[in-house]
Design a protein around this ligand. Sequence first.
Ligand SMILES: C/C=C/C(=O)SCCNC(=O)CCNC(=O)[C@H](O)C(C)(C)COP(=O)(O)OP(=O)(O)OC[C@H]1O[C@@H](n2cnc3c(N)ncnc32)[C@H](O)[C@@H]1OP(=O)(O)O
Length: 261
Amino acid sequence: MNELLVDRRDDGVVVLTLNRPDLRNAMTDGMTEQWRRTVAGLRGDRDVRCVVVTGAGNAFSSGGDLSWLADRNAESVPDLRDRMLGFYRTWLSIADLEVPTIAAVNGAAVGAGLCFALACDLVYAAHDAKLLVPFTALGLHPGMAATYLLPRAAGVGVAREMLLTGRTLLGAEAASAGLVTRAFPREALLGEVMEIAARTAANAPVATRLTKIALSGGGHADLEAALRWESLAQPVTMASDDMREGLAAQRERRAPRFGNS
Ligand SMILES: C/C=C/C(=O)SCCNC(=O)CCNC(=O)[C@H](O)C(C)(C)COP(=O)(O)OP(=O)(O)OC[C@H]1O[C@@H](n2cnc3c(N)ncnc32)[C@H](O)[C@@H]1OP(=O)(O)O
């Protein structure tokens, strides 16, 4: 079974769909391996301008495969540690892509599935999507960088409540709490996300990649570090054909035609 669907569109947007709807897109070993190979193929591909991830059926992802977890009793902690590190790093490699990444959370996003969505640059959720991280209810310590990604997205208070009590947020509440970027009615979600992705993909590629790098460090950098980076990166784009094209398009009231560098 193809557990990860890949749709490459002409506008530079690639849509990756987790495809085990019968298990609510649980992250099985097969899907994890397909994800690893697919992301490796996208890395450095200059035709790709934006990556969208979503789930087939009515869920985004139900997270770790519960039947896999149930079979783990006999393995040693060091062996499991290696496997879990590989599992986390494979899925979170989405954060290493240089182009903008967008999660379209079309339904439930649970545990590792929610963390995976939060590793994207932008997270759009259906109003009624259930978002939760019930690790401790399953007798588990959080994984997939939950203790890093949740506080970073929504603040320590929201992260504490979700991780310690297991509280479920619906997409609309999650948007108010800052956990996700914005929420849309379920039937409108994918259309809205594809418009946002197309707009993002149409922006100047080098300027976009440099902006993503700046934002990923920017939250932690001090003002001086931000100014040092910007005073290097902005002149790089000032010297580019893309800026000349962007200014001409603005003057001529037309859509810009950026190069592929
Ligand atoms: C290391 C990583 C750890 C973690 O990620 S911890 C978190 C683990 N995940 C969970 O605890 C989520 C469990 N699933 C759910 O809460 C619900 O599902 C949903 C809210 C995601 C969706 O609810 P609904 O649409 O009502 O579906 P349904 O009837 O509960 O499930 C349909 C089928 O999907 C299987 N399934 C659901 N989640 C998982 C999973 N995470 N791993 C393996 N199978 C799963 C069920 O068992 C069932 O199967 P059948 O039709 O044979 O009864």
